[in-house]
Design a protein around this ligand. Structure first.
Ligand SMILES: *Cc1c(COP(=O)(O)O)cnc(C)c1O
Length: 413
């Protein structure tokens, strides 16, 4: 396709005022959350049109978060794979270690503007909880983080980091004691005290206006990347890839390229051990349309509509639903989806560490794993950009454990 071809959709026109991305999205919430969500929508619309709010946001992104992040040419990885030139958008260099801080800073400034004094958030692996706790310390806001007790055990270091920033971490004992249960608990808290409390949702998920608002706060990723690749190479990339949990880093990276029909966009889900119920988190491979935690989208559920267990070596991709905007662009054929298995992810994790001196987060390693498969199929004059959503310091222990276990089982055979 050539860039002069017109595209039959306008990315700025979705969602509609009720949060619909085509048939996806919306706002499926209890009566008690209708008013707080409407107030949030109104406050967000007003703030995003206010140059003063935008200027403060830019300043915080620069001074607190560390933007802009570089676009990095992965020379030795490119040579090793022998195909497309690979560029990495370095969100791993941001404060607190991942893209999450872009959204946190935006929502906390909005909460302050709305006169809220208390912040709540959910967290799975702890990355969103750490970013939120750090932001609350920065702005002097009270902070409560909900986290499944199973996740607290697995991510003890992040629990300590949150507490160091002054946050209260509340363990959730319901259900599987992981992310989905923490979201339920945070929603319950918000219902009880929405007057003083803002709920900082951590991905492009949930009821309107969250998927739109979280996307907008991450659009800076793609805005910078587009300008950087044009400055560096004089042209647009051929393909972009990013890992997709809820989908916030991916939609933020892709958004400014949606209108460029010649740029292929690929979201990479967690293929886990294999695509079989309970063994993965690839909603577009094993899922169906349904409603979870406020939004209509693709989910992993059984015949009776019960949410299935999910698995991924990376905690940040281990969630049963995907953001509704991704479901929408998939239905239009604008974003393609692939998955990478745990094993492919761990190989990419080692490869980047070894060949570029960069330890990627296990989440980001899914996007890289796709790149490892894809780059050799492309020609040397083509460009593949991958969003490196976070750094892997948090994952080193887990990777060592899993890789060590793998070695033992293969030598004992
Ligand atoms: C949380 C996280 C993700 C997954 O969340 P998205 O909303 O899909 O971006 C991906 N990468 C890193 C490093 C994360 O911390």
């Amino acid at each position: 396709m050539s860039s002069s071809e017109t595209i039959a959709f306008d990315p700025e026109s979705v969602p509609d005022s009720l949060g619909h991305f085509g048939e996806f999205g919306g706002s499926y919430v209890p009566e008690t959350l209708v008013t707080p969500l409407a107030e949030l929508s109104a406050a967000y619309a007003e703030a995003s049109a206010d140059p003063e709010f935008q200027a403060e946001l830019q300043r915080e992104l620069r001074e607190f978060a560390g933007r802009p992040t570089p676009l990095y040419f992965a020379k030795r990885l490119t040579e090793y794979l022998g195909g497309a030139q690979i560029y990495l958008k370095r969100e791993d260099l941001l404060h607190t270690g991942a893209h999450k801080v872009n959204n946190v800073v935006g929502q906390l400034l909005l909460a302050k503007r709305m006169g809220k004094t208390r912040i709540i958030a959910e967290t799975g692996a702890g990355q969103h909880g750490v970013a939120t706790a750090a932001g609350c310390a920065r702005f002097g806001l009270q902070c409560v983080i909900y986290m499944g007790e199973e996740d607290m055990r697995r991510q003890a270091l992040n629990v300590y980091r949150m507490r160091l920033h002054g946050a209260e971490v509340r363990g959730v004992t319901a259900g599987q004691r992981t992310l989905k249960d923490a979201v339920n608990e945070a929603m319950r808290d918000w219902v009880a005290d929405s007057r003083n409390t803002h709920y900082v949702l951590g991905s492009a998920l949930g009821a309107h206006p969250y998927p739109m608002m979280v996307r907008d706060f991450h659009r800076v990723i793609g805005r910078e990347a587009r300008q950087q690749i044009l400055e560096r190479t004089g042209r647009l990339p051929d393909e972009l890839a990013a890992c997709v949990g809820g989908g916030s880093n991916a939609i933020g990276f892709f958004f400014e390229f949606l209108r460029d029909a010649e740029v292929r966009l690929v979201g990479v889900e967690a293929g886990g051990r294999r695509i079989h119920p309970g063994d993965h988190a690839a909603r577009f491979s094993g899922g169906r349309l349904g409603v979870l935690q406020g939004s209509k989208t693709w989910l992993l559920q059984n015949e009776d509509g019960q949410i299935e267990k999910t698995h991924s070596v990376s905690a940040g991709l281990d969630y049963a639903a995907v953001g509704p905007e991704h479901a929408y662009y998939r239905s239009l054929g604008r974003i393609d989806f692939a998955s990478a298995s745990d094993d492919e992810c761990l190989s990419a994790f080692q490869l980047l560490s070894h060949r570029e001196g960069i330890i990627p987060a296990l989440e980001s390693s899914h996007g890289l794993a796709y790149g490892v498969r894809r780059a050799p199929e492309m020609s040397k004059d083509q460009i593949l950009c991958i969003n490196l959503s976070g750094r892997g310091d948090k994952d080193v222990q887990e990777a060592a454990r899993v890789l060590e276990a793998g070695r033992e089982s293969s030598t004992s055979e």
